[in-house]
Design a protein around this ligand. Structure first.
Ligand code: PLP
Length: 377
């Protein structure tokens, strides 16, 4: 009873979330290719980040090293993958972290400090927002992809200035104005940081990412990404100048004070990196065109130029109802709500993968047609 009393504040917080339609619940499902099975129900999976859908890669599961990389948790597999990734991004060195989230936390907090100025896009991912808070730098948020606002806010004082943006924005699917950002950064001597978790392996020649898409790879000082999305593996990494990577090895707390990613996962990533990504990338592009064209014909307003396609609903409750309707009819596309997106901008975040067949897409479009009649007409 005493314990229950002590935890009243937890109950209250949960109640508030439920009342505001912001409560989240874990679902247990198994996902295989284009299909996800939840409660024995098979659904077309339109919310996987395994964009390229590289066929399953066989690796041998080895004994875990169970140590930080700076102690005994390091082996040749790391070196091989880091070198390949750095070359892929036209950078000198690479560094693997256990996750992309940790790469953002570790790298940004290692290089920015008191007296510095960080310019961060207002739609940047939670891991960037949290990373900025770990520094004692001044944080200035510029309007989404708004170069006038960035220019204006860069006039503030700062010993070192950093501009941080996502490459492909995770909840809107739009692409950062990297060409203009690198030009502005050059003029103001700002350091450019790009989190390209959703553009990596998908955009640019050979999937080199958003900077390559704009031909500005060499102008990006620090490239941060995830191995858990386009590559369909697990882990995070960064590539940069030798000395920035060296500083991260020495100062990133999320690199130093945690156990290394199991090296069999590093080998898994390497094998997938070496696989026929180009074939999968073409399939992804074809599927994205197919779905976008169909959704537009049905009357949905689609603005995204990439494989992340939000259908903006606005109201949280309505977004939940929309998601449930799709679920009941055989499509899995999760409603995304505050705080992942701003309040009253709830949406269905559809992500296309190369796993989907033309038939899957047509079936899904049939369900979206019924949903449009129910929710819009
Ligand atoms: C833009 C962005 N950065 C970083 C991350 C974190 O990546 P990871 O899943 O590897 O931790 C995500 C994942 O949701 C993301 O969307």
């Amino acid at each position: 009873m005493a314990l229950k009393h002590k935890l009243n504040f937890v109950d209250k917080e949960l109640e508030i979330l439920k009342k505001n339609n912001l409560y989240r619940k874990l679902r247990y499902g198994t996902s295989q290719g284009s299909v996800i099975t939840i409660n024995n129900k098979k659904l077309i999976n339109l919310c996987s980040n395994d964009y390229l859908g590289i066929p399953t890669t066989k690796i041998q599961i080895k004994q875990l090293q169970s140590s930080s990389r700076l102690v005994s948790g390091n082996d040749e597999s790391y070196w091989k993958l880091e070198e390949a990734l750095a070359k892929h991004k036209s950078h000198q060195s690479g560094l693997i972290y256990p996750t992309g989230y940790m790469a953002n936390l570790g790298a940004i907090s290692a290089i920015a400090k008191k007296g510095d100025l960080i310019l961060s896009d207002e739609l940047n991912h939670a891991s960037i927002i949290e990373a900025c808070k770990l520094t004692d730098a001044k944080i200035s948020i510029y309007n989404h992809n708004d170069m006038d606002d960035l220019n204006k806010k860069l006039k503030q004082k700062g010993k070192n200035k950093f501009v941080i943006t996502e490459g492909v924005f995770s909840m809107d699917g739009d692409i950062s104005a990297l060409k203009q950002i690198t030009e502005i950064a050059e003029k103001t001597k700002a350091i450019t940081i790009v989190d390209d978790a959703h553009g990596d392996f998908v955009l640019g020649k050979d999937g080199k990412g958003t900077p390559n898409h704009f031909n500005v790879s060499k102008k990006i000082d620090l490239y941060i990404s995830s191995l858990s999305k386009g590559l369909g593996s697990f882990g995070g990494y960064l590539t940069s100048h030798n000395n920035i990577v060296d500083l991260c090895i020495n100062k990133s707390k999320s690199f130093i004070y945690t156990s290394a990613l199991p090296s069999f996962l590093v080998e898994y990533s390497y094998k997938r990196f070496q696989s026929n990504r180009e074939r999968q990338k073409k399939k992804l592009e074809k599927n994205t065109k197919h779905l976008v064209k169909g959704l537009k014909q049905l009357g949905y307003e689609i603005k995204s130029p990439t494989q992340i396609i939000p259908i903006i609903i606005g109201d949280e409750k309505k977004a939940l109802e929309f998601g449930k309707y799709l679920y009941d009819n055989g499509v899995f596309a999760q409603p995304i709500r505050y705080p992942t997106v701003p309040k009253n901008q709830a949406r269905l975040r559809i992500s296309v993968t190369a796993w989907l067949s033309g038939t899957d897409i047509e079936k899904a479009l049939g369900i979206f047609e019924k949903a449009h009649k129910k929710f819009y007409d």
